[in-house]
Design a protein around this ligand. Structure first.
Ligand SMILES: O=C(O)CCC(=O)C(=O)O
Ligand SMILES: [Fe+2]
Length: 348
């Protein structure tokens, strides 16, 4: 159960408070709570041309690039995805315009306690939870029955239509990526996409807004987590960095490739691939003078689908690492509430 909601970050800032205690990360052993972002290296994650992954003209080199990126980083950037740079700019623009509305106007779309959809802050499950320095708008878009249109902004005027177009385009990208992932593992083309569901696999969208933060050394935009999805497609801010990925015990900065989408696999693909593809732990740092936006699209299997390692990927040299799970997103929140890594629930 969620505790009563707290304020949005924007409201905290309007009230001119010091950064409230609840947002502050502490390190008991006296280390640095949030290491200086500029000290982190850029990741060398490949940029993949989606046209070269489409079934009709698939390139073996591109496929190998994909497999190797997902086995090392768990993510890659993709260009030639069918959306024009102008359209991506328009989509970023409606995101900025929505968050720039006065608090009162946005509150029409306020998330209710215990519902994930709507505008507001991170869901709060325990008194101990350190809060993220981000405001969100979370909307389910597919299947269409999941849409709560009363929570879809009417201002800016083009918001709904632009979101609709963006998510239709993403469904096409998702299908191509899921097929290519299967091929890169020598599996049957549709093995991932069958779990995702027919024409309209489940997709949720989270618009993230990170206001400038007076204490980037103590506060995170999003605390370290891995996504509970099959895959996540992220549109990053065009100018402001913030996202970092963990590899080994080091954090790396995700580079901005303005017209690319950054795609990462989530826990469910790590399970299905028997650990060959890594669901990367990532976080978002804040900065003191620039706001940042991003938009994450979460692709999630239907909740009645059983998720377990594909048999072809289990053998003597690679024993089965994960149990069968169902409704993983439900498990995800239960573990998250207790401050545990949800993947623990799936390990053998
Ligand atoms: O803002 C970002 O770059 C990433 C956000 C994220 O990790 C998420 O929404 O799950
Ligand atoms: Fe994430």
């Amino acid at each position: 159960m969620e505790l009563l909601g707290s304020k949005t970050v924007q409201e905290v800032l309007i009230q001119g408070e010091q950064v409230p205690e609840k947002y502050i990360h502490k390190v008991e052993d006296g280390g640095v709570p949030v290491p200086d972002a500029s000290a982190a290296q850029l990741m060398d994650v490949p940029v993949i041309d989606l046209a070269l992954l489409a079934a009709s003209s698939i390139s073996a080199d591109e496929l190998e690039k994909l497999r190797s990126a997902l086995a090392t980083w768990g993510c890659f950037q993709v260009i030639n995805h069918g959306m024009s740079p102008e359209f991506l700019d328009e989509f970023r623009e409606i995101t900025k315009q929505f968050f720039a509305l006065p608090v009162e106007d946005k509150k029409k779309y306020l998330r209710q306690v215990n519902d994930i959809q709507g505008y507001g802050n991170d869901m709060v499950f325990s008194e101990q939870q350190t809060l993220d320095w981000s405001d969100r708008l979370y909307l389910s878009v597919y299947p269409q029955d999941n849409r709560k249109l009363n929570l879809w902004p009417e201002n800016p005027k083009s918001f709904r239509q632009t979101l609709d177009q963006y998510t239709m385009d993403l469904q096409v990208v998702t299908k191509t990526v899921l097929k290519a992932m299967a091929r890169s593992l020598d599996l049957e083309d549709n093995c991932f996409s069958d779990l995702y569901g027919g024409e309209q696999g489940k997709m949720d969208i989270r618009f993230n807004f990170y206001p400038p933060c007076p204490r980037p050394d103590l506060v995170l935009g999003v605390k370290p987590h891995a996504d509970g999805t099959l895959i996540t497609l992220l549109l990053q801010d065009k100018e402001v960095e913030g996202l970092q990925f963990l590899k080994g015990d080091k954090w790396f900065r995700a580079p901005i490739v303005p017209d690319a989408l950054l795609i990462n696999v989530g826990d469910q693909v790590e399970i299905l691939s028997n650990g060959i593809f890594k669901s990367p732990v990532h976080k978002v740092v804040t900065n003191s003078d620039k706001e940042r936006i991003s938009v994450a699209a979460f692709c999630i299997p239907e909740s009645d689908k059983e998720i377990e390692p594909f048999e072809r990927l289990v053998n003597e040299s690679r024993p089965r690492l994960y149990k069968k799970v169902k409704n993983y997103v439900g498990i995800y929140f239960e573990y998250y509430q207790q401050g545990r890594r949800p993947m623990e629930a799936a390990k053998m």
